[in-house]
Each structure stands twice: as C-alpha cells, then as structure tokens.
Design a protein around this ligand. Structure first.
Ligand code: GDP
Ligand code: MG
Length: 439
C-alpha cells in the first residue's frame, strides 16, 4: 500500500499547480492502492469520494502547495477512517475491570492476553489477573500459564473440567479478594464462527459484565478479518479490536476497513510474538505509516521506554542538530538492542522503506559485535569526523578490529546513510511544524 501511494504522492508533491485532472488521476491510484491492500470496496468508494470532494475544493487548488495539500487531505481522511482519535482501554469505576478476549482460533488471543497484562502493568501500573477460560484447545491453559510465568504474573485456572462460565465467575471473585484491578479472560476460539461458541461467550458476558470485549483478529487475513469483526460485533457487541500480526502484514487493509464497517475502534496492535510487542493504536500514526512517512513518535516512545528518558531526549536533540557521532552510535547500539529487532525499528524511520535492501535486512548479533569492534578501533577524531577516514585509516581500523576493509567501508556507508535519513527526518519535522502538521 505504502509503495504505490508513495510514488503517486512523490509525483504530486513536486507539482506547483494541480488541476482537477491531476486530482482525478491521483484518486485513481489511491483507489487501486486501497483495493490492492484488500480494503473493503465500499469503504474505498466512500473514502475516495470524500478526498476528491475536499481536494478539488477551493482551499486546496488555490493554495501555494496544492500537491502537499492533497497529501494532507489524504492523510487526514485516512486518520478519520481509522477512528480519528486514539481510543483507550476502559477502567471500571469499581475494580476489577473485566476484559474478555474473543476471536477465532489462532488469531492471537492467548498471546495478546499476556501482552495486554504486560502493557497494563508497565504503562499503567496495574495488577492484572490472567484467566485461562479456554478449556477446549489442548494445552491452551498451559500456554497461558507459561506466559504468566514469563511475566511473573498470576494465572487463574480451574483445569479443563470446569465450564468457562464458572471459571470466569470464580476468577472475578478471586480477583476481588486479591485486589487485582484488571481481569483478563482468555476465551476459546473456533476455526469458524459457530453458535456454540457465541452462546458460551454470551453467557460469560452476561455473568461477568465486562467493561471491554476485545476481538482479537489476524491482520494478515484482510477482508476476512473485517467479516469476522462484523459478525462478532453483531452477536456479542464489541468494545474494541486488537489487530495482531501487523508486523507481517504489509498491506494494512484490515486496519482501514474495520473501523468503518463495524464502528468499533481498534485499540491495540500486535507487532510480533514477543510479550512487549503490543502497541496502543494511534490512527494518525498509522496513517503516516501507511503513507510511508515513518512512525517517528512510536520510535521515540520505544526509545523512551527502554532507554532512560534523558538519553532519549539527548538522542532526539542530536538527531535534530545532526551532531551525531560514532560514539553516540556505539552508545545507542547497546540501547537499541534492548528495544527489539533492529529491522522493525528501521521500518519506523521515515524513508527507510526506500533504502534498497533494507526491507529484508537481517541483523545478526555477530555482525553487531563487529560493528562495535570497528568503532572502538577508531580514534577520537575519527569518531567525531568520519570524513577523515581515508584508505590508510580504513586499513588500520580493519586490522585493529579484526575485521575487513570491506566491513569498515560498509559501516561507514551505513553511517552516512543514517545521517542522511536523520537529516531528512529533521527536515520533515521542521516543515511539518510550519504547516501545523503532526507526525
Ligand atoms: P489464539 O488461538 O487466538 O489464542 O492464538 P495464540 O495466542 O495461540 O497465537 C497464535 C500464533 O500467533 C502464535 O504462534 C503467536 O505467537 C502468534 N502471534 C500472536 N500475535 C502475533 C503478532 O502480533 N505477530 C506475530 N508475528 N505473531 C503473533
Ligand atoms: Mg488461545
């Protein structure tokens, strides 16, 4: 989705004047891009109409930068399509807050239950109780218990001989006694939606009075995810959607259709299998990501979560002022490794998807070790002014670090690219500010 939209946008951005025909042409591309991304056709139609209407309006065509204005309109409407504002998790006025996790088999319910517990503790200082109410799938209870152990959080279970309704009831009692403020119920799924499943979920709902019923859906299933969301919503009444496996879905179509088809907000997105790979869903950031502008805010938030706050600010400042050196690079390398897979982080940088070969980048730990060795073999002057590193110096550095000249060359090139990217990024941030745009 991003690739196709981006090339259209690039064409349009450079234009001094835009006429109705240009807008039409762009809308055709946008329409195709959305359909290719598996966005529901009705949603596409409404979307394109709305954007066209605004784009050929006076405000855009007569403005000084019509190309950018159209892009702005597309971004705003994409944001609107995904719900506009960020939608937060509810809190019961009288604890515990009950959250039911529902969805088809394999969607990621159990994993997301663990991730959500982790999120609530880390971000909101909560004390959740995990509840194993999937008594049908073999080893489902064990799976949740294993997650509980990893998180060092209690899991409530009564084995697989007790009905899920009874489990939910006793779990809530238990949570009250133990002063848990959130109860996360991991329910069973089926391969397809069926009546038995819905009956059981309805019973759990009636008994436990949940503040949230989260549908967990696999983003990779595209249109199907939207259909599943629609039927669950009709039968059960959802309060939110968690879109999982967005790390594997390059098209992002489900994110765009779900909200407008079901009128249910996406509240979280799953970005990987690990327990910290859950993020609050921000429509505006998602729109930026789709438009290929990168997701700087999420990146900085990630940095703040694992790097200490001061360091993150420093990094931000350095990125802005371009005074980033190899010493910082080395320092960051250690911090960055704490944040998660490097390829995932790179994906969030604006323009990163344009750098050749970065898409399939494989970062192995050994390579990082080499990078560290190379930087440590540089002199202080070289680290601050890498442009002085000539052929002779390269040889010396390679020798000193036990690597090869090719590796040294590669690192220098990567560092150069990275600086360019930062320049682009800070440039974007500046021009964004002027126009009152936020990323
Ligand atoms: P359930 O049947 O709905 O409870 O699904 P599970 O929680 O057992 O997850 C099914 C599979 O999807 C597991 O292998 C998970 O590791 C994987 N999974 C869940 N969420 C994500 C995600 O956000 N990204 C990726 N890549 N995998 C995920
Ligand atoms: Mg499960």
């Amino acid at each position: 989705l991003a690739d196709r939209l981006q090339s259209t946008i690039q064409k349009l951005k450079g234009k001094g004047k835009v006429n109705e025909a240009d807008v039409k042409e762009m809308m055709r591309e946008v329409r195709l891009a959305l359909l290719e991304a598996d966005v529901n056709f009705k949603v596409v139609k409404t979307f394109v109409n709305r954007v066209s209407e605004r784009a050929v309006g006076q405000e855009v065509l007569k403005s000084l930068t019509p190309g950018q204005q159209v892009v702005k309109v597309v971004k705003e409407e994409l944001t609107e399509l995904m719900g506009g504002e960020q939608s937060k998790i509810a809190t019961a006025s009288k604890p515990p807050t009950v959250v039911m996790m529902v969805g088809l088999q394999g969607a990621g319910k159990t994993t997301t239950t663990g991730k959500l517990a982790n999120f609530l503790r880390k971000k909101h200082n909560r004390k959740p109780l995990l509840v194993a109410a999937d008594v049908y799938r073999p080893a489902a209870i064990k799976q949740l218990e294993t997650l509980g152990k990893q998180l060092d959080m209690p899991v409530f279970s009564l084995g697989d001989q007790v009905s899920p309704v009874e489990i939910a009831k006793q779990a809530i009692e238990h949570a009250k006694q133990e002063h848990h403020d959130y109860v996360l119920i991991d329910t069973a799924g089926r391969l397809h939606i069926d009546e038995n499943l819905m009956d059981e979920l309805t019973q759990i709902k009636e008994l436990s009075n949940p503040q949230e019923i989260f549908l967990v859906v696999d983003a990779m299933t595209g249109q199907d995810a939207v259909n599943v969301a629609d039927s669950f919503n009709k039968q059960l009444g959802l309060t939110g959607v968690v879109l999982t496996k967005l790390d594997g879905d390059t098209r992002g179509g489900a994110a765009l259709s779900i909200r407008s088809v079901t009128d249910t907000p996406i509240k979280f997105i799953g970005m990987g299998e690990k327990l910290d790979a859950l993020e609050a869903f921000h429509p505006e950031r998602m729109a930026s990501r789709i438009l290929g502008m990168g997701d700087v805010l999420t990146l900085i938030e990630k940095a703040q979560a694992s790097v200490d706050e001061e360091k993150a600010k420093e990094l931000e400042q350095k990125m802005k002022t371009m005074s980033f050196t190899f010493d910082d690079f080395l320092d960051q390398l250690g911090q960055v490794r704490k944040m998660g897979p490097i390829d995932e982080l790179l994906g969030m940088l604006p323009g990163a998807n344009k750098i050749k070969g970065l898409k399939n980048v494989q970062v192995d730990e050994k390579q990082i070790g080499h990078v560290e060795a190379i930087i440590q073999s540089m002199t202080k002057k070289e680290k601050t002014n890498p442009e002085i590193i000539n052929a002779g110096r390269r040889k010396r550095i390679a020798k000193g670090s036990g690597t090869s000249v090719q590796e040294v060359n590669r690192l220098l090139k990567q560092f150069e690219d990275m600086k360019k990217m930062m320049k682009q990024m800070s440039g974007m941030a500046k021009s964004g500010k002027k126009k009152g745009m936020k990323f």
